[in-house]
Ligand binder design. Sequence first.
Ligand SMILES: Nc1ncnc2c1ncn2[C@@H]1O[C@H](COP(=O)(O)OP(=O)(O)OP(=O)(O)O)[C@@H](O)[C@H]1O
Ligand SMILES: [Mg+2]
Length: 297
Amino acid sequence: MSITTLLSGRTAKAPAAATTDVALDLRNVQKTYDTPGRPQVEAIRHLDFGIRRGELVCVVGPSGAGKTTLLRSIAGLLELTSGEVVLDGEVVVGPPEGMAVVFQEYGRSLFPWMTVRQNIELPLKEKGIAKAERRAKVDRALEEVGLTEASEQHPWQLSGGMQQRVAIARAIAFQPSVLLMDEPFAAVDAQTRAELEDLVRKLWKDLGVTVLFVTHDIDEAVYLGERVIVLSNRPTVLMEDVRVNLPADRDQLTTRSDPHFGELRGHVYELIQRAKRGDRPDAPAAPPAAASSPEEA
Ligand SMILES: Nc1ncnc2c1ncn2[C@@H]1O[C@H](COP(=O)(O)OP(=O)(O)OP(=O)(O)O)[C@@H](O)[C@H]1O
Ligand SMILES: [Mg+2]
């Protein structure tokens, strides 16, 4: 998928009026992969939730649950089997303008023959933004991610964490209203990861952008999110929508040692363990234990 595709902007008016504070609304979303000659794969059975404008929501779930499928569905990169994704009151029918995606594989998403500046500038160029405005937007994005000094370097001259900063700068340069991130920090070391987490919180606050962040990491989800959406195993349904009522100012040391952080992490961990065991809210209730017969008594 090219940057151009991501920015082509395809939405249609949603029939129902959306409330103005809902940025993203998933309505009865269902996705089954149906590849000719291959068995069908039911990835998402049913998801129905909304994300408020300016919210930072994390999604966790067992491996293979359907997290990437969900993200790609929201990004308009996959055709849904049924249901709809509504962005700012318009049904998503293709990659919408105003939505940016950061994937895990930053190495593959940056062009090695282009400088950092050129990489960030590319989608703005494709959008037809004039040169002076492009320059200003790239400068601001570089400053936001702390890469002003590296603007004329090439991606292969940078560390993994810096490359991921470039990918983030490229995503925020055109000031999207929604930022989707799929395990963006899975490939970097723990210290870099902590720095990038704090960068996401900072950008979220500075830019007022709505963020949906997919991660495997339970601690990361609780540290970053205002909410954590926990998914069941495949075919996925919602296990629980967990509100993270931690102070808005998060800090790697104090937040992570807050007893309430520990409780939330424990709760999400327990949900994931249950999900892995196949426990799911839409499973038929277990039959009541048989009453013992008089002979057994
Ligand atoms: N293009 C595809 N065609 C067929 N099946 C697919 C396709 N993409 C994903 N799947 C299947 O859909 C299911 C969900 O995959 P998905 O990648 O969304 O899960 P995930 O939660 O992101 O996994 P992970 O935690 O490993 O990143 C898996 O069983 C996967 O094999
Ligand atoms: Mg995935």
